[in-house]
Design a protein around this ligand. Sequence first.
Ligand SMILES: C[S@@+](CC[C@H](N)C(=O)[O-])C[C@H]1O[C@@H](n2cnc3c(N)ncnc32)[C@H](O)[C@@H]1O
Length: 286
Amino acid sequence: MPEFDQAKAYAEQEEDVFFDDGREIELLHFVYNRPNIDEIRGSPQLVLQAIDEYARTQRYLMNVGEDKGKIVSDLIAEVKPQTMVELGGYVGYSCILFGDAVRKAGGKRYLSLERNPEFGAVIGSLVHLAGLSDIVKVEIGSSDASIQRLYDSGGLQHIDLMFLDHYKPAYKTDLKLCEELGLVTPGSVLAADNVIKPGNPPYLEYVRSTVEEKKRAAVESNGDAHPDSRFAERQKKQYARRQGDEKLGSSRGNPLLVYQSQLVNSYEPTGIPDGVEITRCVGEET
Ligand SMILES: C[S@@+](CC[C@H](N)C(=O)[O-])C[C@H]1O[C@@H](n2cnc3c(N)ncnc32)[C@H](O)[C@@H]1O
């Protein structure tokens, strides 16, 4: 793994409040006040540079960042998804980086499912600035409700590549919903962020399980309605200020799907070690 370049490190993540305190709107003012704003218009690369500059020189932003971003961009170039879905859009950094990569790979759609309407508005503005509004669509609402709604309306029929980067306990439950609806099938690929920092033991356990293990777990489990006890309180309550108690879905998934899964080590944009779990659905047992 290449060394982390300290010169590009984001400001440190604050202990208590590190998002949703007005910084996302402040970011918009920062970007639109750049002296080279005319050059930035229509350039995904320069919009990303401006977002990175804010997060380095002003305040931390919980973006995937350059290093882990490259892992997923390389995956997009390899998989060439027609439809890519992300769970958790925040200010649009991953939308712009990956939406551009999907376009370059000949894909049609990058769907960002974001729950916070203010963040959704920021994404819309920066995606438009980057010239990617034709490919990136933002769906506001809780990821599980949005997946179900898009499926019911026929707007989402298959997920070629999915980037999971939202409420950590929902990675597994949302994946199971996508499996049950037949959106994730053999050929689908998943990229899950933050599997080292803060970590996601239930998700990793699930995508690394054999079909036999998943079938057994489905019989023995009491369901996934409550966040797994292996998550720290901080993770379980990350969005409590707006959401109160989180409600997780309880889809039974499709335990017959066969996954091959691999951790790719990298860094948070602050320089802290983290990793992306890349999971390929390679078959379905009968
Ligand atoms: C880590 S940030 C996403 C960063 C973004 N992917 C990037 O790299 O630029 C997590 C985002 O997920 C959103 N979120 C959390 N839980 C969600 C849920 N259940 N459904 C939809 N969005 C959710 C939060 O509002 C937040 O904007």
